[in-house]
Ligand binder design. Structure first.
Ligand SMILES: NC(=O)c1ccc[n+]([C@@H]2O[C@H](COP(=O)([O-])OP(=O)(O)OC[C@H]3O[C@@H](n4cnc5c(N)ncnc54)[C@H](OP(=O)(O)O)[C@@H]3O)[C@@H](O)[C@H]2O)c1
Length: 255
């Protein structure tokens, strides 16, 4: 059912690990020309080697939190591929600090979250939208949001700016959908995919918990592949169907 996207061009951000790496493999195996962005582009190169010679998959080094890096990367993509049909805004970070922490480090972490999860998503969307319009073909922008982007549970630790950043993703998904209506663009669909807990590097790297064992003891979890399959379902829907929000939780999730 995803055959209609074979030979089309997809850009996925944050493909060096976790959900993004699973997406990268599924897209490439579906015959889509798949471009993975990450700061650790060498890890995306490793995935390409794993996939073997039959797929069309490419790695670009890009820091989505830097507007200059995003502009340069999409310029390079335009030069090589001309157009883009699908963008998955997956790159994201969490950082545990208190909003009331007065240290420069806390301020830096809060900005890192906003620069990556919110501003980075907006910059990548703008650049991809430009290349989607150029194609004059069907397109999709899929934002990897979170259940935290719809409701903040009491966890006993501060998610700092993370919750606000994901609420912003919910708002931006709808804002972009409305902007497309204003521009009378009915070919590009906007979706938010909101996973519950996914067992990746994310939660420990965010400093929300000390180690992955602590999380796994208390919570049922998804893996990156589960989220990727949900995105593949979105690709399989007909062009006149816009699933604007898709929530995916592990069975038994309590928050
Ligand atoms: N894990 C969960 O429980 C969970 C739940 C709901 C939603 N999510 C969301 O799912 C998305 C992916 O998370 P994950 O769990 O797969 O995390 P992960 O395993 O930590 O992977 C994060 C990915 O984002 C990339 N990234 C981070 N900052 C970047 C930047 N400035 N520029 C380019 N790439 C950047 C990383 O690549 P580099 O470091 O190589 O740049 C990495 O590939 C995030 O948006 C996250 O908020 C995760």
């Amino acid at each position: 059912m995803t055959e209609k996207w074979a030979g089309k061009v997809a850009v996925i951000t944050g493909t060096s690990a976790g959900i993004g790496a699973a997406l990268f493999k599924d897209f490439a195996n579906a015959g889509i020309i798949t471009i993975g962005l990450a700061r650790r582009a060498e890890k995306v190169e490793d995935l390409i080697k794993e996939l073997g010679g039959d797929v069309k998959a490419y790695a670009y080094k890009c820091d989505v939190s830097s507007p200059e890096s995003v502009t340069e990367t999409f310029k390079a993509i335009e030069e090589k591929f001309g157009v883009v049909h699908i963008l998955v805004n997956n790159a994201g970070v969490g950082r545990s600090t208190s909003i009331f922490d007065e240290s420069p480090e806390a301020f830096r972490k809060m900005n890192e979250i906003l620069d990556t999860n919110v501003r980075g998503l907006a910059h990548c969307s703008r650049e991809a939208f430009r290349l989607m319009k150029k194609s004059d073909d069907y397109g999709m922008i899929i934002n990897i949001n979170s259940v935290i982007g719809h409701q903040l549970p009491f966890t006993g630790f501060s998610m700092s700016m993370y919750g606000a950043s994901k609420y912003a993703v919910t708002a931006l998904t709808e804002t972009m959908r409305q902007e497309m209506l204003i521009q009378e663009n009915s070919k590009i669909r906007m979706s938010s995919v909101s996973p519950g807990y996914v067992n990746t590097e994310f939660v420990v790297a965010a400093g929300f918990v000390p180690d992955s064992t602590t999380v796994l003891e208390g919570f049922p979890y998804l893996v990156g592949d589960d989220v990727s399959k949900a995105v593949m379902y979105l690709l399989s829907t007909p062009y006149n169907v816009n699933v604007t929000e898709l929530t995916i939780r592990p069975v038994g999730e309590k928050f």
